[in-house]
Design a protein around this ligand. Structure first.
Ligand code: ZN
Length: 362
């Protein structure tokens, strides 16, 4: 009996062990996800044939002016100026298949809940096979961090899609998860937060229960400024919704202003002493999409190539290698990589993908 108690204690200790000395400079971590944004637009910019298809873009001439240029570098920078102006110079970008960098989800489903479960728990669980799966049996890195004195109560997630209450198992994990249409509760909310609490209900509900990303971003950013969490997760959804609706210009616009969210966050981080040179931002997605102008609207195991993903990272421990042009990585490696950046060893009863050592400069 004594022996089994001791083994249980040892097992618990290995699940999430905190390094005595911080191994890296990263002390705060921000995760951003852009639902179903393709690597094709990230690395190639806007697609001219898509823009000229009147079924996908009403004002093709206006969209060409806004996002098209024959030169690849100019074109992708027009769509995503922060990614190509700052992350490509100071951070790392993975997933440009034209250059030989491959990233895929490991799960066989290629849609959202399985993808986010894989990102956050490091385990591509074959049992997680539905967007209506309910409370996640798997434990995320954030849930493990929330059990430590250093991070307890200092982790927050703001998401446009309401499934994150289940994906992060809000009830069991005790994490702050504000997702879908949801007011932030609590005492002493700032005037800005009170306004954001109200305004989310005063805008068109065009995606039927999915909050607009501008609201999600501003709530998360206001929380960051006023509550100073150590881990912040912002999950945006419009890119996926507009793609399903066949609205290519709106999909591009959403990617474009999400890039500006990154710029705003990074500028604030680098001008705030508690965060400057101590904070890593990691940006990724939950699945890819099909290739051509019809299949682009879809994803899932019936849609070829929609397991193809990407990620980008910028922070004090990540060598400025820019666009990576080799290797095969999987989304199930993210959680352990984030843990490693923060000085944790993330081990769970499930098989978790290995750390991506290039990200942490090894
Ligand atoms: Zn979708």
């Amino acid at each position: 009996m004594k022996h089994s108690i001791l083994s249980a204690i040892l097992l618990l200790a290995t699940i999430c062990s905190f390094a005595a000395e911080p191994k890296h400079k990263t002390q705060n971590f921000i995760l951003i996800t852009l639902d179903g944004l393709r690597w094709q637009e990230l690395f190639n910019g806007a697609d001219l044939a898509f823009i000229q298809n009147k079924k996908l873009v009403e004002d093709s001439a206006g969209c060409v002016k806004k996002y098209w240029n024959a030169d690849l570098d100019t074109r992708r920078k027009k769509l995503l100026p922060f990614v190509w102006g700052t992350i490509a110079k100071q951070g790392q970008l993975y997933g440009n298949r034209n250059e030989g960098s491959l990233v895929n989800v490991k799960n066989p489903y290629w849609f959202s809940y399985p993808g986010y479960n894989e990102n956050l728990t490091g385990y591509a669980d074959p049992k997680v096979n539905s967007n209506e799966f309910g409370p996640n049996p798997n434990v995320s890195l954030f849930e493990e961090l929330n059990k430590t004195p250093e991070y307890k109560g200092r982790i927050a997630a703001f998401a446009s899609w309401d499934a994150f209450n289940d994906i992060l198992n809000e009830k069991r994990s005790g994490l702050l998860v504000n997702s879908g249409y949801e007011k932030l509760e609590g005492q002493g909310l700032s005037d800005n937060m009170q306004m954001l609490n109200s305004i989310q209900y005063q805008l068109p509900d065009i995606f039927h229960g999915v909050r607009l990303d501008g609201v999600t971003f501003n709530m998360g950013f206001e929380y960051l400024k006023t509550k100073k969490p150590r881990v912040l997760f912002l999950s945006f959804d419009e890119t996926d919704d507009f793609a399903h609706g066949g609205r290519y210009e709106d999909y591009l616009n959403s990617a474009h202003y999400s890039d500006d969210f990154l710029r705003i966050l990074w500028n604030w981080i680098q001008s705030t002493p508690e965060y400057k040179d101590k904070t890593t931002i990691f940006i990724t997605c939950d699945h890819g999409r099909g290739n051509d102008q019809e299949m682009w609207k879809h994803h899932g195991s019936e849609t070829p190539n929609s397991s193809q993903t990407w990620f980008a990272v910028i922070g004090p421990d990540t060598p400025p290698l820019g666009e990576i042009k080799e290797g095969q990585y999987y989304n199930n490696q993210f959680a352990k990589t984030w843990a490693d950046l923060l000085g944790f060893n993330f081990v769970t009863p499930n098989p978790v993908g290995e750390t991506i050592t290039k990200v942490i400069g090894k």
